[in-house]
Design a protein around this ligand. Sequence first.
Ligand code: G3P
Length: 214
Amino acid sequence: MELYIDTASLDEIKQAHDMGVLDGVTTNPSLIAKEKVPYAKRLAEICEVVKGPVSAEVIATDYEGMLKEGREHAKIAPNIVIKLPSTLDGLRACKTFSEEGKKTNLTLCFQPMQAMLVAKAGAFLVSPFIGRLDDVSEDGMDLIHRIRTIYDNYGYKTKVLAASIRHPKHMVDCALAGADVATVPFAVIKQLLSHPLTDSGLKKFVEDYRKAFG
Ligand code: G3P
């Protein structure tokens, strides 16, 4: 499974990149708002560090506006993926961009038919939001299973990018469900390496060695 980081923080992106585990980056308007830097500037900085796909979301909600913003984003670097909402206008923009050979990530996907339609419109990635479905007492992971089955049944090439991941169990379940990519906050990436037996085992190895050899 590919691993993307879900952040607009350059520091977090650099740290994850240095761990050697990073395949790409997703950003969104809420994440860039926390950074208080111009979106285009931060995207250019991110693309200097990460050569894999970097998702840049449009703020516009109408077709023409999405085309304008998406084309501006795409000028920043060749690895920019234009992130669009899974709406009627988003689908139209997705079709136009895919005809132009530009990659798209269709976001805010909460039900399987949104995922099927965005695949038909030529999306490179679809982003089902697991955590936000769990938040409203739906089963986010069930959405990943359903999309995987539909895509496999019909051979759709769009990659399933599991988003809104909140904890390591989401990651395990995504990998078991066959998600192609998971996009994960840096705090959760760090949690993936954490186990109390790793910590206590490491402490004991160091103590035993020091007792014997000083
Ligand atoms: O980037 C989209 C998605 O991962 C957002 O996650 O935690 O805001 O629901 P969250």
